[in-house]
Design a binder for this molecule. Structure first.
Ligand code: HEM
Length: 141
């Protein structure tokens, strides 16, 4: 469980990230219905991520990074920016969604142009943090 639960979690972020990119592709092609579906899928998986993350944290706690020196500094920099933006993105996503669902599309579009890149940053750095902890040699495993 110590390995598959974090992997499951990272896979869930991955699905959410792919749904975001697909949703962006659809709105650029003018397909609002599919944009809506993709973005709701992305939000659903992000919510699922939070639940699984909570369970994982309760069961396993957090895993310390075992690398040292500049790799550790780099890891902590990425981790801190990831965590800060992961918290900040929650109200941003909800507001972006609310505007869209209320039909306030010009406000939705303005906000979404901030929400989307920040969300993608959180997804990508989530994968990087996972790679640091479980996948690359510096981690000491
Ligand atoms: C949190 C989830 C969502 C995100 C991150 C998001 C993201 C975006 C982005 C980045 C754009 C601008 C695309 C561009 O640059 O041209 C956009 C436009 C748009 N979105 Fe969303 N979207 C989300 C949810 C939704 C939902 C649920 C709907 C439901 C109807 C929707 C409807 C639209 C429409 C109609 C536009 C075009 C607005 C215009 O061009 O005036 N979006 N969205």
């Amino acid at each position: 469980m110590e390995r598959w639960l974090p992997l499951l979690n990272t896979a869930i972020i991955g699905v959410s990230g792919i749904a975001l990119l697909v949703g962006f592709y659809f709105i650029k092609r003018g397909n609002v219905a599919y944009h809506k579906r993709s973005m709701l899928t992305a939000t659903g998986f992000a919510g699922l991520f939070l639940v699984v993350y909570g369970i994982r944290w309760a069961l396993l706690g957090s895993k310390p990074f075992e690398g040292e020196g500049w790799v550790r500094t780099l890891y902590l920099g990425i981790l801190l920016s990831h965590m800060a933006l992961a918290v900040g993105i929650v109200p941003l996503v909800l507001l972006t969604l609310r505007r869209a669902l209320r039909g306030e599309f010009s406000g939705h579009k303005r906000l979404a142009r901030v929400t989307l890149p920040v969300w993608l940053y959180v997804v990508i750095t989530g994968w990087i943090v996972y790679a640091f902890l479980y996948g690359i040699p510096f981690s000491g495993r």
